[in-house]
Each structure stands twice: as structure tokens, then as C-alpha cells.
Design a protein around this ligand. Structure first.
Ligand SMILES: [Zn+2]
Length: 374
């Protein structure tokens, strides 16, 4: 088996959370379905709440162990990647310490770097902070469905209790476990939030290692990559030269990398810290920086591709629809609703295939699979 990449580990984290979310939803649906025609249904369900809660706590305890492990591996690999990137850049002199070393060695080396230990702990804590909300969601959802399925409409026989429960449940399920807010105040659903946090954390670890290596080697200038389908926030920074220390700015003269005595003038757009504060390397950003080598690295000429960005956003939206209908299918109370949901999943999958073909995009199966039921 090939060694995992940082992307693989981000996908693993997203899958772990999606699987836990689905498992909780299925447990709720299974409990609500049991004895739904009994006159004592509502009171029996409230008694079953304690058992459901304990089951959820077990699922989350397991999730915490699995995700902590994946977080450590992901940060260690990101560190390795950041270090390797610095070593492989053009014009690099000297040794290449990280090359050929396994993730285990990097993991052992992690405690030596306080900044990276902090990044790993931050990511683990961010993910762990979702667990309280997950438990609250389970409790609220369960109680709301019971309350709505016991309303007068149901007592008068205008709709069956099963249908009433299904409708109330669908609304809650569609919203999913949501309401996670990032530092910028943006709201996310659980799976997207986990993915964003994992990408942001691993990217920060890679960028930090990379910058540390360059500074150690006496380099200060880096250049921002040109990303296909860049987001509007990052467009102004593509192929711009930035200073790691912030000491260089404006038009700066530096000696050519290979020609002694020859000076090269370069425009430094700002510091990396300033660029990040202005939006570069935001959550889910696809940009990176690499060493700027005087006289050798070309500056400017970034390709702008706003349509590509729109197409990628549309892909995300379709993936959300697929996940929503899969949840409905797998955690249905009413069998009729389950059938409808299955057809909807197929419809959206066909739409995704067509969209991907039309725009030459890459399909990311983990974003569509909300975790197979166990
Ligand atoms: Zn970006």
C-alpha cells in the first residue's frame, strides 16, 4: 500500500465524522420507529432517551480516539511535506535532512517544535469542540420529533404518526448537525467544518515548517503559487513576492543567485503575515508559497480563472445535495420516504457526473459518501 498523503488523512478525518453523524442519525430513526403505532409511544420514547444518549457517548468516545490519532498523523505528514518542499526548491544548497524519513520520525520530532505541537493540539481541540454540539443536536432532534408526532393533527388522524415523525425528522436531518462557526464568523455543517479545520491546520503546519527552513537558510523572499480555480480573495496575491520577516518591502535589490556581483530588482508586495491577514491561505485555500530565487524565479503572469472557481463552488453544492439525500435514505422512519430519497441520490449523482465532465473537475468520493452504515 502506498504511504498516505495529507489529503488522504484529511479525507479520513472527514469520513470518521460523517460515519459518526450517520450512525447517530440511524440510531435516532431506529429508536423512533420502534413501537410507533403503540398508544404509549411518546412516553416510551422519552424513557428510551437515556439509552440513546449513552450509545451516542460511546460513539463519540471512539471518535475522539480515532480522530486524535488521524490529527497527529496529518500534522506530522504536513510538517514533512513543508520541510521537503523547502529542500527541493531550486537553488537550494546544503543538506536535505527530512528526505527519506518516515512520518514516524517526524512525529517523534514534533515535541521539539512548540509551534507545531500547538498546531496539532489546536486542531485536535477544534474537532473535539464539535462533540458537545453533536450530543446537543441528538437530544434536541429526538425530543422535537416526539413532540411534533404527538400534535393534534396526528391525534385527529389527518396524517399518520409515522408520516408526522418522518416530516419533523427530515427537516432536522436536512439541516444536519450544523451551526459550527469559524473565526471569520462563517457557519458550516459538520462535515465541511471538519474538512475546513483539518485543511487549515495541516496547511499552517506545512507553511510554518517551510518558512522555518527558509529562514534558517537565510532566505527571506517567497513567491505565491498560481492556483487553477483560485478564489477572488487570493487572486491579487498570485505570483507576488512576499517577505517572511517583513523586513523587505517595495522595490528591493538582491544579488543574482548564480551570477556574482549582478543585482536583481524585485517588487516585494508585503509580508507573508500581511498577505494572510488580507485573506491569503484562508480556510480551504489552494495556494502555497515557495522560495523566490533571485534572477531565476519568474514573477507575475498569474492565470485568472473565475469560471473555474464558480464551477468548483457548484460542485460543492451538488455534493451537499448528495449527502443530504443519502442521510435521508439511510435514516428514514417512513419506508416511502426512503424510496424517494434513494431516487434523489441517483438524480444528484447524475448531475454531478455531468458537471464534472463539462468542467474537467476532479471527483472527490469522500465528499459524497456519508460513510457506509456499519
Ligand atoms: Zn486561496
Amino acid at each position: 500500500m502506498a504511504a498516505p498523503t495529507v489529503d488522504d488523512l484529511v479525507a479520513t478525518l472527514v469520513e470518521l465524522y460523517q460515519r459518526a453523524e450517520l450512525r447517530l442519525a440511524r440510531d435516532i430513526a431506529t429508536s423512533l420507529k420502534a413501537g410507533i403505532d403503540s398508544p404509549r409511544w411518546a412516553s416510551e420514547k422519552l424513557i428510551a432517551l437515556t439509552a440513546l444518549r449513552m450509545q451516542a457517548q460511546r460513539i463519540l468516545a471512539k471518535l475522539a480516539i480515532d480522530s486524535d490519532d488521524a490529527v497527529r498523523q496529518a500534522i506530522a505528514l504536513a510538517v514533512q511535506r513543508g520541510g521537503r518542499r523547502a529542500d527541493e526548491e531550486p537553488g537550494r544548497l546544503g543538506d536535505t535532512p527530512a528526505r527519506g524519513q518516515g512520518a514516524r520520525l517526524v512525529r517523534q520530532a514534533l515535541p521539539g517544535n512548540p509551534a507545531l505541537v500547538r498546531l496539532a493540539r489546536e486542531l485536535a481541540l477544534t474537532l473535539r469542540s464539535t462533540h458537545v454540539q453533536i450530543l446537543r443536536w441528538q437530544l434536541d432532534a429526538y425530543r422535537k420529533v416526539i413532540a411534533e408526532a404527538a400534535l393534534p393533527d396526528v391525534l385527529l388522524g389527518l396524517q399518520t404518526r409515522r408520516q408526522a415523525a418522518q416530516h419533523a425528522w427530515e427537516r432536522l436531518l436536512d439541516r444536519g448537525i450544523a451551526g459550527f462557526v469559524d473565526r471569520g464568523g462563517r457557519r458550516w455543517e459538520l462535515a465541511s467544518y471538519v474538512e475546513m479545520a483539518a485543511r487549515t491546520g495541516t496547511m499552517a503546519a506545512a507553511v510554518q515548517t517551510h518558512a522555518d527552513r527558509l529562514i534558517e537558510a537565510g532566505d527571506d523572499l517567497v513567491i505565491v503559487s498560481d492556483s487553477p480555480r483560485e478564489c477572488p480573495k487570493c487572486r491579487p496575491w498570485e505570483r507576488k513576492v512576499l517577505s517572511l520577516s517583513g523586513k523587505n518591502r517595495g522595490d528591493v535589490q538582491v544579488e543574482h543567485a548564480t551570477r556574482d556581483g549582478e543585482m536583481v530588482t524585485v517588487h516585494v508586495a508585503g509580508s507573508l503575515v500581511e498577505a494572510r491577514a488580507a485573506g491569503l491561505m484562508h480556510p480551504n485555500c489552494t495556494h502555497s508559497v515557495s522560495r523566490w530565487t533571485p534572477g531565476i524565479t519568474k514573477v507575475g503572469n498569474a492565470n485568472s480563472n473565475p469560471e473555474g472557481y464558480e464551477a468548483k463552488q457548484r460542485q460543492r453544492a451538488i455534493e451537499r445535495h448528495i449527502r443530504r439525500w443519502k442521510r435521508r435514505e439511510q435514516a428514514a422512519i417512513d419506508p416511502a420516504a426512503e424510496k424517494v430519497a434513494r431516487a434523489k441520490v441517483r438524480e444528484w449523482q447524475a448531475a454531478l457526473r455531468q458537471h464534472i465532465d463539462e468542467h474537467g473537475l476532479k471527483r472527490l468520493p469522500y465528499r459524497e459518501q456519508i460513510g457506509r452504515a456499519r
